[in-house]
Design a protein around this ligand. Structure first.
Ligand code: NAI
Length: 250
């Protein structure tokens, strides 16, 4: 029960990595606010948690992380339901892209920057303020990507947003250390979630072959690391990137 007594917000908690992390956190003793733009699926995850025997350990909230007022309301809701915020996992994100010279900025740049970059900034700001006010520290974990550290096909905007997540993490750790708040970014490679499942089997096989174990990472394997990062056991990990890429870049 490494997260006993902790309250966590997980954005993008309705699916994939976020959903697996909700389940892991609850098993580790946390109370979790499942925050997602898709409220129906977030509520489904809460129902799964209850079916697993953890009634009252999770609640759902609708949030569009690209809207600051929504993110502030999400943090306020966590405090209203569970009394505090100790951990935020800024994980909601969208993927996809087009060749650079074919970009329509209104389609291929602005929406993704709003969700994948602004959304993480808003989460750090709103949850950081709440944690500082509580005066008992906290942990901010944000999902970047291997593409945050390298160029890749069709990833011009995604790479920029995910690189910003790494920069935000460093700066947040630097600025919030005086409040006992840590910040960590994770960089997944190829994880078997709906973001990946939208591609053809052939492409998924190629993705799997790019990782050293020759298979896609399961979202539960990422959740195991996120639970460690949210716990005091990882207290010396701060302001850095934790690679969860299954050997993708070796
Ligand atoms: P997913 O598609 O299963 O989950 C993403 C969740 O974010 C969905 O539930 C979706 O409704 C939610 N979401 C999207 N826009 C939102 C918004 N504006 N406000 C609130 N919620 C919103 O995908 P997955 O794979 O679990 O992705 C989670 C994170 O991991 C994303 O940031 C993604 O970029 C990142 N990632 C995923 C990789 C993969 O291979 N699956 C690899 C590297 C990074």
């Amino acid at each position: 029960m490494r997260l006993d007594g902790k309250v966590a917000i997980i954005t993008g908690g309705a699916s994939g990595i976020g959903r697996a992390t909700v389940h892991k956190f609850v098993r580790e003793g946390a109370k979790v606010l499942v925050a997602d733009i898709d409220l129906a699926r977030a509520e489904q995850v809460v129902a799964e948690v209850e079916d697993a025997g953890f009634a009252g350990a999770a609640a759902a909230v609708a949030v569009d992380v690209s809207v600051f007022a929504d993110v502030e309301a999400m943090v306020a809701r966590a405090v209203e339901i569970f009394g505090a915020v100790h951990v935020i996992f800024n994980n909601a994100g969208i993927a996809g892209g087009a060749p650079l010279l074919e970009h329509d900025p209104a389609v291929d740049y602005e929406p993704m920057i709003r969700v994948d970059q602004h959304g993480v900034y808003y989460g750090i700001l709103a949850a950081g303020r709440q944690m500082a006010k509580q005066g008992a520290g906290g942990v901010i974990i944000s999902t970047s990507s291997v593409y945050g550290e390298q160029a890749a096909e069709l990833s011009f905007t995604y790479s920029a947003a995910k690189a910003a997540v790494i920069s935000f993490t460093r700066s947040a750790a630097y600025e919030l250390a005086e409040h006992g708040i840590r910040a960590v970014a994770i960089t997944p490679g190829r994880v078997a979630t709906p973001i990946i499942n939208q591609f053809s089997q052939e492409l998924r096989d190629t993705f799997a072959s790019e990782q050293l174990r020759g298979r896609l990472t399961e979202p539960e394997e990422i959740a195991d690391v996120v639970a460690f990062l949210a716990s005091d056991e990882s207290r010396v990990i701060n302001g850095t990137v934790v690679s969860v890429e299954d050997g993708y870049s070796v």
